[in-house]
Each structure stands twice: as structure tokens, then as C-alpha cells.
Design a protein around this ligand. Structure first.
Ligand code: F3S
Length: 271
């Protein structure tokens, strides 16, 4: 049996950057928290926990800042997906006013670019559209940067339904811009653009799918096409992993998703 490993497998640049920042913070002392799960990898999250890295939610920000005001040394790490603008600003203020508090904003530069696009292309007379999963933290963070109306569509079908509904603006009545969640499936994104351009011919397109995502998806598709079985290793909660699984499954029916070494051991691959 020949086993081939995708050349783009492993942590992407943005995730590596965030994990390295958290690791470096460990040697600085004080309490360290990540706002939400740092990455979608249970094994790694567990190892951070064992080394004393806690996890807080948006609701904990005030109390953490209060403790830092009381003299406790605290570091908060922002994950690569980015955070809601309001929470980020609160933490930035806390960090500016308090020497005991350190903010490590590890939002991936590619995600920050989409956040800037959302801010610059929303507001009076504009409509910003994002193709992505509405509940994903990256998407919620990007949409929080809009200065006016913004819409999120999870698929070309959803976009098309909205375009044919009475809620869609008449062509030419607003300036429309469209961007994608960084891990969006390339084929779905292309379908969305084709549909949007039929009605909103002047829509401005920002191709924001991350290069890493694009390279991975292209390689996974080619590998799946040539393989008898494919194993995608990653978390079910990771947008990247789920998209890779869907792409491979569409090319190779014997595609399996494994979250860790244990589930890999239990996997029975058909002959
Ligand atoms: Fe990773 Fe940043 Fe791309 S987090 S998938 S390098 S957008």
C-alpha cells in the first residue's frame, strides 16, 4: 500500500503564529488566557490547559481587566480567527491603561485584511456581502467591523434565494461589495460570484480566500482523485477540515475524517 501525505498538511501560518505567541507568553509568568479556543485541536488545547493556560469568553473580559487593575499580571491571547470588534477594543483599552495587562492580538493578517475590507466597504449607500458560515468566529468578527448593513450567505443557493427575494436591493441602488471567509470552498465562491454578477454587474469583488486554503484544497482534490481512500485529520469544528473533507469526499467515496490518533487507530479502511 502506498501512503501519500499532502505537502500542505499541518498548521497554517496564522495558526502557527498564534500558538507560538501563546507558547512564548508561558515563559513570561502571570496568568495567561485565550479568548475562546485558540485553535481547533483538542490535543493541543489540552496541553495548553495542563500548562496553566485558561480560556475566557467575552463575558469574562470585564472581570479579567478588573483583576489586572488590582495588580495581577494577566495576558490575553486573541486567536487567529480574530474577535468581535467591541471585545477587541475593550481589551486594547485595558492594555493601554494597565501595565499588568498584556494583549497578544494574534489575528491572522489575512483575516485582518477582510476585516478592513468590511469596514471600508460598508456604511451609507453600500452593502457588504460575505460568503461564509454565519456562526463561525472569524465571520462574526469580520461582520462586527461593518459600519452599516452587511449580509452573510453560507452558499450560492442562499445568495440566489436572497437575490430573488423582496429584501434584495434594486441593481444600482446601492454599491455592493463581496468577499469570502478565508477558508471558503473555492468552487462555492466561484459559483457565488457568477450568480451575483448576473444581477449586480458592478459589484466589487474582493478575493479573500487565503492562499494556504486554496493550495490545500487544490492539492486535496487532486490527491483524492488519484487515491482509493483518503483520511483527513483535523477537528470537526474546524472550517478548514470540514471543507477539505467535503472536497475529498466528492472525489473519493472512501474519505474519512479523524480527529486524533485514537480515532485513526479505530479506522477500518476497506480493501
Ligand atoms: Fe491560516 Fe490565516 Fe489562512 S489563519 S488558513 S493563514 S487566513
Amino acid at each position: 500500500m502506498e501512503i501519500r501525505v499532502a505537502s500542505h498538511a499541518g498548521f497554517c501560518f496564522g495558526v502557527r503564529r498564534a500558538t507560538e505567541a501563546a507558547e512564548a507568553a508561558l515563559s513570561g509568568g502571570g496568568r495567561i488566557y485565550t479568548l475562546g479556543r485558540l485553535i481547533h485541536n483538542d490535543g493541543y488545547i489540552q496541553s495548553l490547559k495542563e500548562r496553566g493556560v485558561g480560556e475566557i469568553s467575552s463575558d469574562d473580559i470585564d472581570s479579567v481587566c478588573e483583576r489586572a487593575r488590582g495588580g495581577e499580571k494577566i495576558t490575553v491571547v486573541i486567536r487567529a480567527h480574530g474577535e468581535i470588534k467591541e471585545d477587541l477594543e475593550k481589551l486594547q483599552r485595558c492594555s493601554a491603561e494597565n501595565r499588568c495587562f498584556t494583549l497578544l492580538d494574534c489575528t491572522c493578517p489575512y483575516v485582518n485584511k477582510v476585516r478592513r475590507i468590511a469596514a471600508e466597504n460598508s456604511g451609507e449607500g453600500r452593502l457588504f456581502i460575505l460568503i461564509g458560515s454565519a456562526e463561525h468566529p472569524e465571520v462574526r468578527g469580520i461582520m462586527s467591523c461593518c459600519r452599516g448593513e452587511g449580509k452573510v450567505f453560507g452558499s450560492a443557493l442562499e445568495l440566489e434565494r436572497w437575490m430573488h427575494s423582496e429584501n434584495a436591493p434594486a441593481p444600482g441602488s446601492v454599491r455592493i461589495s463581496i468577499a469570502a471567509q478565508t477558508t471558503q470552498k473555492l468552487s462555492e465562491w466561484k459559483k457565488c460570484l457568477k450568480i451575483l454578477k448576473k444581477l449586480y454587474t458592478n459589484a466589487e469583488v474582493f478575493d479573500t480566500i487565503c492562499n494556504v486554503t486554496e493550495e490545500r484544497q487544490t492539492e486535496a482534490e487532486a490527491l483524492a482523485d488519484e487515491s482509493d481512500a483518503v483520511i483527513v485529520i483535523g477537528s470537526r469544528g474546524s472550517s478548514n477540515t470540514v471543507k477539505l473533507y467535503e472536497i475529498c469526499k466528492s472525489k473519493c467515496n472512501s474519505t474519512f475524517l479523524c480527529e486524533d490518533a485514537d480515532s485513526l487507530r479505530d479506522l477500518v479502511i476497506p480493501e
